[in-house]
Design a protein. Structure first.
Length: 150
């Protein structure tokens, strides 16, 4: 998590990746590398998102220690062993409602490593490419949010 500020606006930025960034061995079943930044206004994050997620965790698990990992939810691993499909659907609907009802900005970069491997003479690291793109986009976003509206 990062806290970034621009002209008094405070933003929370979470960064996550999917896939392997190595070009040495490309998994044909998942040949992409994804880097994503999820950007929240700090005030909205503190006042709306955190309470909604905490409430969901307490309702489902009885505590808030559990970490919401997409893979574990999808594969029903660990605390996400649902009693039946209806229970899983109910949990996913509640989580989806939180996402749909709140404002955030998603910045992402998806790299097809097969294309990069074929086209790149210097074989840049996919992680570095994606990070550069996401940071540039975040900088543009912060500049946009800091400028006075016409």
């Amino acid at each position: 998590m990062l806290l970034v500020m621009k002209n008094g606006n405070r933003f929370i930025v979470y960064v996550d990746e999917s896939g392997d960034h190595s070009l040495e061995k490309v998994d044909e079943a998942y040949p992409i590398f994804v880097l994503a930044f999820c950007v929240f206004y700090q005030k909205n994050y503190i006042e709306k998102i955190i309470p909604a997620i905490e409430r969901l965790k307490f309702e489902k698990f009885g505590h808030d220690i559990v970490i919401l990992h997409e893979r574990e939810i999808r594969k029903e691993i660990g605390p996400f062993k649902f009693a039946n499909k209806a229970e899983k659907d109910q949990f996913l609907e509640a989580l989806t409602a939180i996402i749909e009802e709140n404002n955030f900005i998603l910045i992402s970069c998806v790299i097809d490593k097969r294309e990069l491997k074929l086209s790149s003479e210097n074989r840049e690291n996919p992680y570095h490419i994606a990070l550069g793109h996401c940071l540039e986009t975040l900088s543009d976003l912060l500049d946009e949010k800091a400028s006075p509206r016409l």
